[in-house]
Design a binder for this molecule. Structure first.
Ligand SMILES: [Zn+2]
Length: 80
């Protein structure tokens, strides 16, 4: 199954500045944009709470990074 990745962070004012990290949201390729998005770190956001980004900017959410599939441009993780 193909999954699109949405990159977004909370809009200013919706959360504290320190929590405005960039989350990654998995979305099935054939799905419409859902009402609420759930990030890999289980944070959920409703309409008007997210700033969608073309590419990762600023501080990434570490939990999202760990749980998301690795971009092919990065070195593969060591198998353990
Ligand atoms: Zn996250």
């Amino acid at each position: 199954m193909t999954t699109r990745l949405i990159i977004a962070r909370p809009l200013p004012g919706t959360v504290g500045e320190t929590r405005r990290v960039v989350h990654l949201f998995p979305l099935p390729a054939d799905a419409a944009m859902p009402e609420r998005l759930t990030a890999y770190c289980d944070a959920t956001f409703g309409p008007g709470e997210l700033e969608l980004l073309e590419r990762p900017l600023g501080m990434p959410c570490l939990i999202c990074l760990q749980r998301s599939p690795r971009p092919t441009s990065e070195l593969p993780a060591a198998e353990s």
